[in-house]
Design a binder for this molecule. Structure first.
Ligand code: S3P
Length: 439
């Protein structure tokens, strides 16, 4: 049974070397491309969190044979396309899962109905349905393009599409649908977003070009390529590594190394920002793992100062603002985080929940429509709150990290949701010496 509440209290310094689970973005993509491809895809280091397991089940429902062969080791035997599922596809809490799978499914002449948990059913799907509709897919959804919805795919046309927001999920959905279109698909990004889909499509045999036009990234995919099953080694998730790293920075006397963290430059905005705040972070053993750079990151307790985070950096750290806000609560001075309106449509409204949680812990926070400002005093926050996470894994983990260094600790509700992205979070923090317990 999952605990109703988890609590974190300050204690001894954190120390040790850990590995974090495989990257969530790459894990979803490996399963989906594996199912679209012909032949066997072997995956090492797959994140076995609830979000990705929901995608694995979905790929079975679309006709692939998906088998777990060991810890993090999976094979996907794809049949070279999707067949019609005979039941509703439940993507759980996973926005990436459902949006990418809808894009992939739209290419095939099939009808599929998608749903998810209470959080996912509130999130906007129109951003994906709109370009898929322009390509020729049809759907029937709840008000505002919300799940559950039924999508009918097949017979797609090519498309030249400028993303209205910086979203790797929307870009990826259009590219995956484009594999089956009758002409090329071009996607122009307002800001560069994570490029895992582009990299993996190439590795699986798709033909794709990337260029820069007036500072905007333009990706063009030629349709018709036959994807072939390929090996994928999933590197450590920088979004998960962020939690032990910030914990080490704010707990006096700590030194923690996280091994094998993916360092794709479109994902490392948090580490750049922490360094600007004065964080003692060193990266060693940089190497290549399946086409992605990885390295070992060592974080030591540091006195942090507030910074102005450049809004253009947001896509490279969009999931890391909650934990950055925690670091900011321990810094001296203001940390200004603007241009992050997308945070409001994640698993929860993350601006509102971080502001509420930090304020309940005695931190001065100012909320703006598209951002927030955390005013740190350089002293540790009081803590002592029971934080409502609204079922958002990153809100839960961020506040537990805060509790490891706040005077009176912190408690969070619905800790079971942490398993969506980081099932081993609490045991791993305990192995580093963190005092995280039930109740
Ligand atoms: C993701 C893209 C981002 C991110 C999400 C994972 C992906 O979402 O927040 O956790 O794997 O493509 P958006 O595309 O909505 O920005």
């Amino acid at each position: 049974m999952t605990a109703a509440v988890l609590s974190a209290r300050p204690g001894a310094p954190l120390s040790g070397t850990v590995k974090v689970p495989g990257d969530k973005s790459i894990s979803h993509r490996a399963l989906i491309l594996g199912a679209m491809a012909l032949g066997r895809t072997t995956i090492e280091g797959l994140l076995e969190g609830e979000d990705v397991l929901a995608t694995a089940r979905a790929m079975r429902a679309f006709g692939a044979t998906v088998t777990r062969t060991g810890e993090g080791a999976w094979t996907v035997d794809g049949q070279g396309g999707f067949s019609e599922p005979d039941d509703v596809i439940d993507c759980g809490n996973a926005g990436t899962g459902v949006r990418l799978i809808m894009g992939a499914a739209a290419g095939y002449g099939l009808t599929a109905t998608f749903t998810g948990d209470a959080s996912l059913r509130k999130r906007p799907m129109g951003r994906v349905l709109e370009p898929l509709g322009r390509m020729g897919a049809t759907w029937l959804s709840r008000e505002g393009g919300r799940l559950p919805l039924t999508l009918r795919g097949g017979g797609l046309k090519g498309l030249d599409y400028t993303l209205p927001m910086a979203s790797a999920q929307v870009k990826s959905a259009v590219l995956l649908a484009g594999l089956k279109a009758d002409g090329p698909v071009t996607v122009t990004e307002p800001e560069p977003t994570r490029d895992h889909t582009e990299r993996m499509l190439r590795a699986f045999g798709a033909s794709l070009t990337v260029s820069d036009h007036n500072d905007r990234r333009v990706i063009t995919l030629q349709p018709g390529a036959r994807l072939s099953g390929s090996p994928v080694a999933v590197p450590g998730d920088p979004s998960s590594a962020a939690f032990p790293i910030v914990a080490a920075l704010i707990c006096p006397g700590s030194e923690v190394t996280v091994e094998g963290v993916m360092l794709n430059p479109l994902r490392t905005g948090l580490f750049d920002t922490l360094r600007e705040m004065g964080a003692d972070l060193t990266i060693t053993n940089r190497r290549d793992a399946s086409g992605e750079e990885v390295g070992d990151i060592t974080a030591r307790y540091s006195r942090l100062r507030g910074v102005d985070v450049p809004p253009g950096r947001a896509p490279s750290m969009i999931d890391e603002y909650p934990i950055l806000a925690v670091a900011a609560a321990f810094a001296e001075g203001e940390t200004v985080m603007r241009g992050v309106g997308e945070m409001r449509v994640k698993e929860s409204d993350r601006i509102a929940l971080m502001a509420a949680g930090l304020e309940a812990c005695g931190v001065d926070v100012e909320e703006e429509p598209e951002g927030f400002i955390v005013r740190g005093t350089g002293r540790r926050p009081l803590g002592g709150a029971l934080v409502e996470t609204h079922g958002d894994h990153r809100i839960a983990m961020s506040h537990l990290v805060l509790g490891l260094a706040a005077d009176n600790g912190v408690r969070v509700d619905e800790p079971g949701m942490i398993a969506t992205s980081f099932p081993d979070f609490a045991p791993m923090m305990r192995r580093l010496g963190g005092d995280i317990a039930e109740g």
